[in-house]
Design a protein around this ligand. Sequence first.
Ligand code: 13P
Length: 269
Amino acid sequence: MQNEYEIKKEMCEIGKRVYNRGMVAANDGNFSVKLNDNEFLCTPTGVSKGFMTPEYICKVDAKGNVLQANKGFRPSSEIKMHMRVYQERPDVNSVVHAHPLYATTFAICGIPLTQPIMPEAVIALGCVPIAKYGTPSTMEIPDAVSEHLQYFDAVLLENHGALAYSDSLLSAYHKMESLEFYAQLLYQSKMLGEPQEFNKEQMDKLYEIRRQMGLPGKHPANVCPNAKAGKPSCHSCGGSCGAAAPEAATADADLVASITKKVMDQLGL
Ligand code: 13P
């Protein structure tokens, strides 16, 4: 089990990777780690995440209020987006936001990443929808992201960038890396011609591998919003994801949880 200082050091290391791989420019991007239900570490606003040291890292509560920040540092301007993910996805322990070149290009053109073209992307990510545009630092982004949280572990932010979340910082970062690699492959294969997509049989096999691996998180192999609603799948899963009983039960449980949350929000509970 890492102590708080070790987690801060890991956040600095991830900052270097995100910056050095060109997934952010200048001071862009932010990430956070959940310590417990009321304490979260996050990157500070307005600094290059590639040059951070542990003293840069801020601590906030579940509402994003500052619990601890060294002089000259304030939490990320996007902290509300992070907090919304933790609030609606109790299984998530880390959130990573970046502006990777290819993924952001798709987000700017309004093209979600839904073409199944390589096994790793299908197994690790499924497909990646686009959350509608919101003004940075306002509640518009958390509200837009919220629509996708119960079904996906990564989303594009329209005309902005990408968001990935998982059970650990490294895993959330890896999702961002996979997302960008997938976006780059999709872009380049479209330049060469029409990318060849997997057929239903190939997809079924890949989704079965994902189930066998028991990977955490939400994925169309486990929860497909369209298959659940009896519509044709929008996520290249051929509808197979809704077929198995345990997955269907998970989907129902998710739906009940989401409706309960909306009712409680409306009642102000
Ligand atoms: P912060 O430096 O405030 O985290 O903002 C960076 C960013 O990329 C906003 O989208």
